[in-house]
Design a protein. Structure first.
Lengths: 265, 320
């Protein structure tokens, strides 16, 4: 055994601010997501293709719908579909990171678990914004959707902010289901939610019992809310309640699983 | 040098002004009914290079997880530079190289270091740690395309970013080939020359012997020996006397002059002794012992004997 050497100077040693949160990490996280071709294809191309199929149909696309036309209505629906795919995938990246042991590795760095979650949510929201922008840009290029310029902005922002609910959903599932296939499982769940929310087929075309059931699914309230500016009517309390309750359930579930995870690892 | 089955062989070190790099007191860790760590007391002072040597399942990784704050001890206390492990890590005082995993496949080597560096208050430059870990030439390679040895050196580079006072390595060369292992240790040794405290777990005797100032042998979650490499090797100087002896009297056997370790396995007694002749004479003349064997151990056998309870391992020594 060697004799003790110089006494380490502990006074110069400090923990980082904000629990280690910083923009370099956010930049690298976004870059990782852009490298994942499967996620990109899934979250960007799918809603665009669906918009091009359903949003340009000559039979109804030009019909008036509130302050715009049906094509605009469908564009908003597809942007919402893309945004929730993106934010859910973004949140669910924690599943892959847990499998690869990265979450554990981060626990031997100064990064606080809360700062990590904030980074994950922000990354998911960046991808969500890109997905909304992609659908709206394609909509503008094909020129079919029609509504006032202010509505392009308000509906786009509503879709983006609302998709935060699904960043929480992705995190919850990412902690609940430790598997690299989580994104695929969630893709199927989101498809069901989208039918339930009336994103693909108007709910009034469903049988009555199914309609009632659909009003309790997680995308129903949000879908009504993001179309409200286009329709110009009043906002129903039931829509807000649906969105808020599901946000509380998903965020609460994510916090619950996240706490179990940090206690265990 | 102590060889003992009771806890706290060394006792607290005189501290002066500096707190011990690592101070464990009565640390236990159980997973359900399994006791992984069974009462470890340990002080490691600044500048030591310490090997944690023991077979798989001896409790090395469980102890390291506790030192790093990755798990909480069931009982006992842990302090790293006088603080809770989590705080020492947040301040960049401690970093670690884990066995496997812990890397994002879709980042490059340099990006992984950039990511990690951004989390510390005052990190070393990425280019510097890549050079010190010997991986500058693969900085732009994706992690998924790196060999096991390259990934391990990347983990080492990441661990260097906070310029830690204490570096913890958990079986760092597992799965590496001989060449990779030598290069890895060359990098560690070069680094440790600057006075960094290093604790590494290994089950390779050779690694402990070559790179540690102090070797701590662990077995069944306890420290069974603690000393310099040469002190540990001195264990091998003695011989083991084995005999069949029904109902042995442990206290009497321990009192035989020249006997320094007594172990009883059913009707078999194993007495490690510096003077095996005296022990053999005593057993044959003063007890009903029979089937007596005197076994001389090589260094390798000494380690195996100390860290294993598999009786077959001892008989590999030559019988006289």
């Amino acid at each position: 055994m060697t004799a003790p050497v110089a006494i380490p100077d502990l006074t110069t040693r400090r923990a980082p601010g904000l629990g280690g949160f910083n923009l370099t990490v956010l930049k690298l996280e976004v870059r990782r997501m852009l490298r994942n071709r499967r996620t990109l294809l899934f979250t960007m191309v799918t809603p665009i293709v669906l918009f091009l199929i359903f949003g340009l149909n000559k039979a109804y696309a030009d019909q008036t719908d509130g302050r715009g036309n049906v094509s605009a209505f469908i564009m908003i629906s597809m942007a919402l579909y893309g945004a929730v795919l993106a934010t859910t995938s973004g949140g669910a990246m924690v599943a892959v990171e847990r499998v690869q042991g990265w979450s554990r590795q981060l626990r031997i760095t100064p990064l606080s678990p809360v700062a990590y979650i904030v980074i994950k949510v922000l990354t998911a929201m960046v991808l969500g914004a890109a997905s909304v922008a992609a659908v709206y840009i394609v909509g503008a290029l094909v020129g079919k959707p029609s509504m006032p310029v202010s509505l392009w902005i308000t509906t786009g922002l509503s879709v983006w902010i609302g998709s935060l609910i699904f960043a929480a959903f992705g995190l919850f599932m990412g902690y609940l289901l430790p598997s690299e296939n989580v994104p695929q499982i969630l893709g199927f769940a989101l498809l069901l939610f989208s039918f339930g929310g009336g994103l693909f087929i108007p709910l009034n075309q469903f049988p009555h019992a199914l309609q009632t059931l659909a009003e309790y699914t997680p995308l129903y309230g949000l879908n009504q809310l993001v179309h409200a500016p286009l329709h110009g009517g009043s906002v129903h309390a039931a829509w807000v309640a649906n969105a808020v309750v599901w946000l509380v359930i998903f965020a609460g579930g994510a916090v619950w699983r996240f706490r179990k995870d940090t206690a265990r690892v | 040098m102590t060889v003992t089955n009771t806890a706290d062989a060394r006792g607290p070190q005189p501290t002066g002004r500096a707190p011990a790099a690592i101070a464990l007191r009565g640390v236990h860790k159980s997973f359900g009914s399994v006791q992984a760590v069974h009462g470890i007391d340990l002080d490691i002072t600044s500048g030591e290079i310490v090997a944690f040597l023991g077979p798989n399942g001896a409790g090395k990784t469980s102890t390291i997880d506790i030192i790093l704050g990755l798990s909480q001890p069931t009982a006992g206390t842990v302090a790293v530079y006088g603080m809770p492990p989590r705080e020492a890590i947040a301040r960049g005082l401690v970093s670690a190289v884990m066995q496997t995993g812990g890397l994002l496949k879709d980042l490059t080597v340099a990006e992984t270091c950039e990511y990690t560096a951004s989390l510390f208050y005052h990190p070393r430059p990425v280019a510097e740690v890549l050079t010190r870990a010997g991986i500058s030439s693969i900085a732009d390679r994706r992690v998924v395309r790196c060999s096991g040895g390259e990934q391990q050196r990347l983990r080492f580079a990441m661990a260097l970013l906070p310029d830690p006072e204490l570096l913890v390595l958990d079986e760092p060369t597992t799965g590496m080939d001989v060449e990779g292992r030598r290069e890895f240790w060359a990098a560690i040794r070069q680094d440790a020359a600057k006075g960094r405290t290093v604790l590494f777990a290994t089950h390779y005797l050779e690694e402990a012997d070559d790179y540690a100032d102090r070797i701590i042998l662990v077995r069944h979650g306890k420290i069974v020996a603690d000393g310099t490499a040469s002190e540990i090797k001195a264990l091998a100087a003695g011989r083991t006397v084995r005999a069949t002896l029904p109902d042995p009297d442990l206290a009497r056997l321990s009192g035989i002059p020249g006997a320094d370790q007594v172990e009883v396995r059913g009707d078999t007694v194993l007495i490690h002794a510096t003077n095996s002749d005296a022990v053999a004479r005593y057993l044959l003349t003063s007890t009903p012992a029979r089937d007596l064997e005197i076994i001389s151990r090589g260094i390798e056998d000494a380690f195996i004997a100390l860290t294993s309870d598999d009786s077959e391992t001892i008989s590999t020594g030559a019988s006289q």
